[in-house]
Design a protein around this ligand. Structure first.
Ligand SMILES: CC(C)(COP(=O)(O)OP(=O)(O)OC[C@H]1O[C@@H](n2cnc3c(N)ncnc32)[C@H](O)[C@@H]1OP(=O)(O)O)[C@@H](O)C(=O)NCCC(=O)NCCS
Length: 360
C-alpha cells in the first residue's frame, strides 16, 4: 500500500550498538524502565532514521525460545500517519526475518490505552490473545487516564507463522536435526521456556545419581509449572541465567547463575552446576563456565560464588581451574547419609578471569 511506504530519504537500519539508542524513545516504547535495561543488550534492534539521520522509530525483538520471540519495545517519535507507517515497515521486516530464522510464534505486549500501537500490530498480522488487568497499576503514582481510558491493563498479542513460513521453518529444522545426529557432542545453549520439563527431569535424575547436589532423591518438590515460572522470570532478569547442555534433544547438564537481588549485590551471581554422570569428564563443565564468563563480562557482573562439598574433588578441581578461590569452610554444614560434611565457600573475581583461568 502506498500509504505504508517510507520516503526515499529515510533508512531502515539494524542497530549494532543498542546502548546508544535514545532513552527517551525507548521509554516511549516501554514505560517500565527496569525492563529496558534487562533486554536492551540482548534484543535485536532495528530502526528508521529520518532524513537528518535521527532515530524516528525503533523496534526490539528478543528471542525467548527456539521457535518463539517477543517484541519487547516498539516506539515512534510521534503517533502520526508517518509514525504508523514507519513502525509498520519495521515490524513487517522483523516478522519476516524472525520467521526465516525458525521462529513460529511472535508475541508482543501493549497497554490498553495504546490504540495506535495495537492497530500497527494488528495490521502486521497479530491478534489479541490475553488481557492482564491492572498490570501497569504500580507504574504510575496515581491513576492516569489517556482520554477516556484508564491506563492500567496489558494486552498480549500473538502472530503465528503462516503455513508457508511453517513449511520453510520445518525444512530448516529437519536439516539442523540431521546435522545434530551426525555430531553427537552435546551443545550448550541458553535455557528456553520449552525446557521446563527436561530441566526438571534432569535435576531429579541428578538427585538420584549423586549426593553432590543439595537435594536427596525424591525431595525436590518443584513442579513443572514452578520450573516454567522460574525460567520465565529468569529470562527477564538482567543478572540471572541458565545454560543447558543438550544431547539428542535431552538436557544432560546445566549451569544456573542467580544474580543478587538487591543493589548492593546485583553485581554477583551464585552458581549451581550439575551434569549427568554419563556426560561428565568430556569438558562440559568447563564449557558451561566459559558461557557464564562471556555473558557476565557483557552484563558487568563482577563476582561469581558457589559452595561445594569438601569431598567433591572433581567439582573443586574444576572450580579452581576456572579461577575460583577457596574463601571459607562451613564446618558440618550438611549431613549426608548420616555423616557431617563440610562445605567449601568459593568465589571468583570475574574482572581477573582472563589472567587466572589456567591456575589449577
Ligand atoms: C563437577 C562437574 C560439574 C564437572 O564437570 P565435567 O564436565 O565432568 O568436568 P570437565 O570434563 O569439564 O573437566 C573440567 C575439569 O574438572 C576437573 N575434573 C574433571 N573430572 C575430574 C575427575 N574425575 N577427577 C578430578 N578432577 C576432575 C579437572 O580439573 C578438569 O580439567 P582438565 O580436564 O583440564 O583436567 C560434573 O562432573 C558434575 O556435575 N558432577 C555431578 C554433580 C556435581 O558434582 N555438581 C557440582 C556440585 S557443587
Amino acid at each position: 500500500m502506498d500509504s505504508d511506504r517510507i520516503s526515499e530519504q529515510e533508512r531502515l537500519v539494524n542497530v549494532s550498538q543498542p546502548d546508544l539508542l535514545p532513552r527517551e524513545l525507548l521509554k516511549r516504547g516501554d514505560p517500565l524502565e527496569w525492563r529496558i535495561e534487562a533486554y536492551l543488550c540482548e534484543a535485536d534492534w532495528s530502526m528508521v532514521e529520518d532524513r537528518d539521520q535521527r532515530p524516528a522509530a525503533l523496534l526490539g525483538c528478543l528471542r525467548i525460545g527456539a521457535e518463539e520471540a517477543e517484541f519487547v519495545n516498539a516506539a515512534v517519535n510521534e503517533w502520526n500517519r508517518q509514525g504508523v507507517s514507519r513502525l509498520l515497515r519495521l515490524l513487517t521486516a522483523a516478522c519476516e526475518q524472525q520467521h526465516k530464522q525458525g521462529v513460529r510464534r511472535l508475541v508482543a505486549y501493549a497497554g490498553n490505552w495504546e490504540s495506535e500501537l495495537i492497530n500497527v500490530y494488528q495490521r502486521a498480522g497479530f491478534r489479541i490473545i490475553a488481557v492482564e488487568p491492572d498490570y501497569y497499576q504500580d507504574c504510575w503514582s496515581q491513576s492516569v487516564r489517556h482520554g477516556e481510558v484508564l491506563r492500567a491493563d496489558r494486552l498480549m498479542l500473538e502472530r503465528l507463522a503462516s503455513q508457508r513460513e511453517k513449511a520453510e521453518g520445518d525444512l530448516l529444522r529437519s536439516t539442523e536435526r540431521e546435522q545434530q545426529d551426525v555430531d553427537a557432542a552435546p551443545i550448550i545453549r541458553r535455557i528456553e521456556l520449552r525446557d521446563s520439563r527436561g530441566l526438571l527431569t534432569m535435576k531429579k535424575q541428578l538427585d538420584r545419581e549423586t549426593t553432590s547436589m543439595l537435594f536427596e532423591p525424591g525431595e525436590r518438590r518443584m513442579t513443572e509449572g514452578d520450573q516454567l515460572e522460574q525460567i520465565r522470570i529468569l529470562l527477564r532478569s538482567p543478572n540471572s541465567l541458565i545454560w543447558v547442555a543438550e544431547s539428542h534433544g535431552e538436557i544432560v547438564g546445566y549451569l544456573e547463575a542467580s544474580g543478587g537481588k538487591v543493589r548492593r549485590n546485583q553485581h554477583t551471581v551464585y552458581v549451581v552446576i550439575g551434569i549427568l554422570e554419563k556426560y561428565t569428564g568430556y569438558g562440559l563443565g568447563r564449557q558451561l563456565f566459559e558461557h557464564l564468563f562471556e555473558w557476565a563480562s557483557r552484563r558487568h557482573i563482577l563476582r561469581a560464588e558457589l559452595t561445594v562439598q569438601a569431598p567433591n574433588q572433581r567439582a573443586y578441581r574444576l572450580y579452581r581451574s576456572m579461577g575460583f578461590k577457596l574463601e571459607g569452610i562451613l564446618r558440618g554444614a550438611l549431613v549426608i547419609e548420616g555423616e557431617p560434611v563440610d562445605l567449601y565457600q568459593m568465589g571468583c573475581d570475574l574482572r581477573r578471569i582472563e589472567r587466572i583461568r589456567v591456575d589449577k
